[in-house]
Ligand binder design. Structure first.
Ligand SMILES: *Cc1c(COP(=O)(O)O)cnc(C)c1O
Length: 439
């Protein structure tokens, strides 16, 4: 299977090339040139499959350069924690994606990716430098996912003062092969500098640069597994679900669309955002207007120019109407988010993190104001992807619920360590110089 650029001006490459390059040379994102298809039999028997078996079947379709054993090793090593589906209200289910080491769904992508990099790199002499911009959770997942992986150096760019204390601790205390760069700017500035680095000829002659952002196709493949795993857990005969995805860069939602494209039944997708609502606005009006991001309490979704939007357009032939048929969008304020956390805790006992709360609000709004948009039946289940553990956002949740959020051990560990970061101006020249000197 080959991968082509969404911009169409780069030559088709293998999966390993697409993964190691991250971004296509023409600045586009890699996408499969043809869509493979899961066996109907596999889908029909999904109820008997484990997360690892699903992961193997799905990635087998995209990755043809590893033998079955190597691929199984990658999957089994990466997916060594569960993604349980929890029912909180009638027809409303939460897919908990925060049971990995950094308590956010990004562990799926980062752990798969680090192992795939390792598998593809075996006979290379030079180190690979992974560059990633993070709005918070990517950084910690990438730091943990790649920590100590041989032949790989990791450089994380994060906006100074714009991630939570917990997130900052997680991404600045890894050590070893992981370096945190604290940028005097916003997440969008970080993302822009990373993109510039990939298109800088001199830098790319000296270093093997790769990305761990959701622009990398290796992040999206593993994120498609758990959509199918949700289907498995829903049990038989409830019908194809509507998936609701709290979104920022739209990698997670794109992974769901990919799963659907290769044969996973879905009735529709809901794109839930905070006030950074570029995509919900596009869905409604047909015009895409990227703009600087605004800070919110669901900060991992503070993205003003979602990088995976071009993949979504590609998936649906750049047709606004087709996109509208598959995706419905809604955005919510911090005030609404706080209220949702409080209300759900009070009524069901379930504690939502601020990102998941945005997803909850979107399902609620859909059921109240847009029911029937996807021609669903009265039984169609809603699956909200829960992207982070509430303990990561105690500073937001505690004032809303009045209760302390217990911190799991694996998170408490990183709080004890000392922060280590290098300060960086919002200036590509500065980043380039640092990379050339360091690696
Ligand atoms: C990254 C992140 C998101 C947004 O995911 P995208 O794939 O960028 O849309 C949502 N919630 C949390 C907790 C995250 O870390």
């Amino acid at each position: 299977m080959k991968f082509i650029s969404t911009k169409g001006d780069s030559k088709p490459v293998s999966f390993s090339e697409a993964v190691l390059k991250g971004l296509a040379p023409d600045g586009g994102l890699y996408v499969p040139d043809k869509w493979p298809r899961l066996d109907d039999e596999f889908i029909n028997n999904i109820h008997q499959k484990s997360l690892q078996e699903i992961g193997f079947e799905v990635s087998r379709l995209f990755v043809d350069e590893l033998d079955d054993n190597s691929l199984r090793e990658v999957i089994d090593g990466a997916m060594n924690f569960d993604a349980p589906l929890v029912s909180i209200e009638d027809r409303t289910h939460i897919l908990e994606l925060f049971h990995g080491p950094t308590l956010a769904f990004k562990d799926f992508g980062a752990r798969f990716m680090s192992r795939i990099f390792s598998a593809f790199r075996e006979d290379k002499e030079q180190d690979i430098v992974i560059l990633a911009a993070t709005s918070g959770d990517t950084g910690s997942a990438v730091a943990q996912g790649f920590l100590g992986v041989e032949g790989i150096k990791v450089c994380l760019l994060y906006p100074s003062g714009k991630v939570s204390r917990l997130q900052e601790q997680q991404l600045t205390t890894a050590g070893q092969n992981v370096t945190a760069l604290e940028v005097n700017g916003t997440f969008d500035d970080c993302q822009k500098m990373v993109k510039q680095a990939f298109s800088d000829a001199e830098l790319n002659r000296q270093l093997i640069l790769s990305s761990a952002n959701s622009i990398n196709i290796a992040r999206l493949v593993p994120q498609s597994f758990y959509y199918l795993y949700a289907l498995k857990q829903l049990g038989e005969s409830v019908g194809a679900p509507i998936f609701c995805v709290p979104s920022g860069n739209f990698g997670n939602l794109t992974a769901g669309l990919m799963a659907h494209k290769i044969g996973m039944p879905a009735t529709g997708f809901i794109a839930a955002t905070n006030v950074n609502d570029v995509v919900p606005e596009y869905l409604e009006t047909g015009s895409f207007n990227p703009r600087p991001s605004e800070r919110t309490i669901s900060n991992a979704m503070d993205v003003g120019n979602p990088s995976n939007f071009s993949r979504i357009e590609y998936l649906f032939g750049n047709n606004h109407e087709t996109i509208q048929k598959h995706i419905w969008g809604a955005s919510f304020s911090d005030e609404q988010t706080r209220q949702a956390i409080q209300e759900v805790k009070k009524e069901t006992g379930y504690l939502l993190d601020p990102h998941t709360a945005v997803g909850y609000l979107a399902v609620k709004k859909y059921r109240k104001n847009a029911a029937g948009y996807f021609s669903e039946s009265g039984e169609t289940p809603f699956v909200i992807l829960s992207t982070a553990h509430p303990a990561k956002f105690g500073d937001v949740i505690e004032p809303a619920t009045g209760e302390e959020v217990p911190i799991p051990d694996r998170l408490a560990e990183s709080l004890k360590k000392e922060k280590q970061s290098i300060k960086l101006e919002n200036d590509f020249g500065h980043l380039k110089q640092l990379l050339m000197q360091r690696y």
